[in-house]
Design a binder for this molecule. Structure first.
Ligand code: ATP
Ligand code: MG
Ligand code: MG
Length: 554
C-alpha cells in the first residue's frame, strides 16, 4: 500500500518529536466558540485535530472557548457535542475556558502587581485611535502609568460589577510602538454585565480571546494548538501571555496555523449563518440547505462522506475555495456503496398495461444494492396501472431517446418489457394516460429468451395501487454567487438563491413505509434521498441529498 506523504502539520510534529518532544506529551484540542452551530469549515479543523489524535494515539480535548456571554448559548454547546460525536470522534476531556475564569483573574492580578497590566479608563474610540497604523506607532494611554494600588482597586471594582460597562478595560502593558499592532497594549478584560450560560452572574468581567486562548492551552498542557491563518500575527502575543504566566521549565504549548477552508456557493461563518436563521431565509441551523454539520446530516450526508471530504482537501498554508461539487461527489461516492436502491417517481404520469389482467398483482424480486451483495433483495408490487416519470415518455422521438415511445420497447426495472401503444389526452393536449402492452415472458431474471432480448432503455416505476405518496424536498445551492461574501460593496444576503427549495409530491414503493429518520436511499435513476425529521408514518418526507450524475449507477 502506498504511504501517504506527511502534511505540513504532521511534519511540524515529526520535527518536534525528533527534537525534545515526547510522544506521550502530545495533546491537541478542538476549540469552538459556542456562538452557533458547527459548519463544514469546522469539519476540517475537527478532522485535523482528532485525526492527529488517532495518528499519534494522543488525547484531544473538546474546549469551548466561551468567553463572550453576549453571543454564546447552551444550545450551541449541545449541538457542537452532538456534531463532533456524530462525526465519530471522542474527546479526552470536555473543557471550558469559563472553568479557568478564576485562574485567569488571579494571573491578571499578578500581572498588575508585576507592572505588566493596567486599567485604562478611556472610551473604546480613544483607545482605537491611539492604536496607530501598521506604519505609524501608537500613542500611550494617559492611564498607562497608574499606580499598582489604583490598578488593583479598579480591577477589583470591575470584577465586582461596581463600574459601568465600557468605563474601564484591563490592558497588557507591552509596547505601543511594536511593529505588530496586536502587541500595542492589547485589551485583556472588558466589563460585560450579562449572565454567562455556565457561570451565570458570577462574573462581570470577561477575558478577551488572546488572553484566554493560550492560557487555556497552557492549563490543559496542549502540545500543539492549531488555528487558522488569520491568527498568525497573534502568535507573538500568544507567546508573550504564556510567558507571563508560566514558570521556567514548564511545558509551553505551540501555536501553529493552517488555512481556512471555504466552500463555494455558501458562507462558512457562524455569524453569517446566524443571520440566515434570524432573518428566516432558512428555517433553522439544521435546515438541509445550510453548510452546517447538522444541516448536512439532515440532508443525508454520512459522517464518512464529510470526513472523506475534509481528508481529500487536506490541510494547507493558503486559503482557497473548494467547489461544492466536490462535497457532493464525496456524498455520492459513499452513498453509492451504502444506500439501498428503491423506486420513486417524482413527476408521475399514468401508464396502463392493457394486456395485464385487471385486479391482478404480483410481487417481483428486486436487488437492494448491486454494490453490496449482503444487502439482499426485496419484493416490489407490480400491477396493471403504474406511474412512470413524465419525461420518460415521448410520443415519437429520435434514435437517441432511450426511453418509452409509441411502437418501441423498453424494460420496466425488475419487471417486464413493455411496448408503447397509445396515449389518452385532455382537451389541451396534455397526456393523461399512456397505454402499453407487456410481454409476459420477458420477466427480469427469469432467464427466458424473451427476458434476454435487448431493449434500448430501462425505466423505474411504481404501482399506483401500492405506492406511497411522499413529500419530496429538492434543494439547490443557497447562493447564486460562488463567493457570496466576497463581492465588493455588496452584502452576501443579496445573493440568496430564491429557488433553493422546491417541494414536490412524489410516489415511492411501499417498502419505504417503515423507513426511519436519516435513512438514506438511492431513488434509482434520480439521486440520493433521506428521510427528514418531519416525516411521519402517514406523510413520508424525503430530502434530496444529491442527484445522480447520470443514468443507472452500477
Ligand atoms: P466562525 O467565523 O464561523 O465563527 P471561527 O474560527 O470563529 O469561525 P471557532 O468556533 O472559533 O470559529 O472555530 C473553532 C476552530 O475551527 C478554530 O480552530 C478555527 O480556526 C477552526 N475553523 C473555523 N472555521 C474554519 C474553516 N472555514 N476552515 C478551517 N478551520 C476552521
Ligand atoms: Mg473563533
Ligand atoms: Mg467566530
Amino acid at each position: 500500500e502506498e504511504k501517504r506523504s506527511l502534511n505540513f502539520i504532521e511534519q511540524i510534529i515529526e520535527e518536534d518529536l525528533k527534537a525534545d518532544y515526547k510522544k506521550e506529551g502530545l495533546k491537541f484540542r478542538f476549540p469552538p466558540e459556542p456562538n452557533g452551530y458547527l459548519h463544514i469549515g469546522h469539519a476540517s479543523s475537527i478532522c485535523l485535530n482528532f485525526g492527529l489524535g488517532e495518528t499519534y494515539d494522543a488525547p484531544v480535548n473538546l474546549r469551548f472557548d466561551d468567553t463572550n456571554p453576549i453571543k454564546e448559548e447552551r444550545e450551541f454547546v449541545e449541538s457542537i457535542k452532538k456534531d463532533v460525536s456524530w462525526l465519530g470522534y471522542q474527546w479526552a476531556k470536555e473543557c471550558y475556558a469559563s472553568d479557568y475564569f478564576q485562574q485567569l483573574y488571579d494571573w491578571a492580578v499578578v500581572m498588575i502587581k508585576n507592572g505588566d497590566a493596567y486599567v485604562d479608563s478611556q472610551t473604546s474610540e480613544a483607545i482605537a485611535e491611539q492604536k496607530g497604523t501598521p506604519t505609524q506607532p501608537g500613542t500611550e494611554s494617559p492611564y498607562r502609568q497608574r499606580s499598582t494600588e489604583e490598578n488593583l482597586d479598579l480591577f477589583e471594582k470591575m470584577k465586582n460589577g461596581e463600574t459601568k460597562e465600557g468605563a474601564h478595560v484591563l490592558r497588557a502593558k507591552i509596547d505601543m510602538e511594536n511593529a505588530n499592532m496586536l502587541m500595542r497594549d492589547p485589551i485583556m478584560y472588558r466589563c460585560v454585565h450579562k449572565p454567562h450560560h455556565r457561570t451565570e452572574s458570577e462574573w462581570k468581567i470577561y477575558p478577551m480571546y488572546d488572553w484566554a486562548h493560550g492560557e487555556s492551552d497552557f492549563i490543559e498542557q496542549v502540545s500543539h494548538s492549531f488555528c487558522t491563518l488569520e491568527f498568525l500575527p497573534h502568535r507573538e502575543l500568544y507567546n508573550w501571555f504564556v510567558d507571563k504566566v508560566s514558570k521556567p521549565g514548564e511545558f509551553i504549548p505551540k501555536q501553529r496555523e493552517f488555512a481556512r477552508r471555504n466552500l463555494s456557493h455558501t458562507v462558512v461563518s457562524k455569524r453569517k449563518l446566524a443571520q440566515l436563521v434570524e432573518k428566516g431565509i432558512v428555517q433553522s441551523w439544521d435546515d438541509p440547505r445550510m453548510p452546517t454539520i447538522s444541516g448536512l446530516r439532515r440532508r443525508g450526508y454520512t459522517p464518512e462522506s464529510i470526513k472523506n471530504f475534509a481528508q481529500s482537501i487536506g490541510v494547507g498554508k493558503r486559503e482557497n475555495m473548494i467547489d461544492v461539487a466536490h462535497l457532493e461527489f464525496c456524498a455520492r461516492e459513499d452513498l453509492n456503496k451504502k444506500a439501498p436502491r428503491v423506486m420513486g417517481v417524482l413527476d408521475p404520469v399514468k401508464l396502463v398495461i392493457t394486456n395485464y389482467a385487471e385486479g391482478e398483482e404480483e410481487w417481483l424480486e428486486a436487488e437492494n444494492n448491486p454494490e453490496d451483495e449482503a444487502a439482499g433483495t426485496r419484493q416490489v408490487p407490480f400491477s396493471r396501472e403504474l406511474y412512470i416519470e413524465r419525461e420518460d415518455f415521448k410520443e415519437s422521438a429520435n434514435r437517441k431517446f432511450f426511453r418509452l415511445t409509441l411502437g418501441k420497447e423498453v424494460r420496466l426495472k425488475n419487471a417486464y418489457i413493455i411496448k408503447g401503444e397509445d396515449v389518452v389526452k385532455d382537451e389541451e393536449g396534455n397526456i393523461l394516460e399512456i397505454h402499453c402492452t407487456y410481454d409476459p415472458k420477458s420477466k427480469s431474471g427469469s432467464g427466458s429468451e424473451e427476458s434476454l432480448r435487448k431493449v434500448k432503455g430501462t425505466l423505474h416505476w411504481v404501482s399506483i395501487k401500492h405506492a406511497l405518496k411522499a413529500e419530496v424536498r429538492l434543494y439547490d445551492r443557497l447562493f447564486t454567487e460562488e463567493a457570496p461574501d466576497g463581492v465588493k460593496d455588496r452584502d452576501f444576503l443579496e445573493f440568496v438563491n430564491p429557488d433553493s427549495l422546491n417541494v414536490i409530491a412524489g410516489y415511492v414503493e411501499p417498502s419505504l413505509k417503515t423507513a426511519e429518520e436519516l435513512e438514506q436511499f438511492q431513488f434509482q435513476r434520480i439521486g440520493y434521498f433521506c428521510i427528514d425529521k418531519d416525516s411521519t408514518k402517514d406523510q413520508l418526507v424525503f430530502n434530496r441529498t444529491v442527484t445522480l450524475r447520470d443514468g443507472w449507477a452500477k
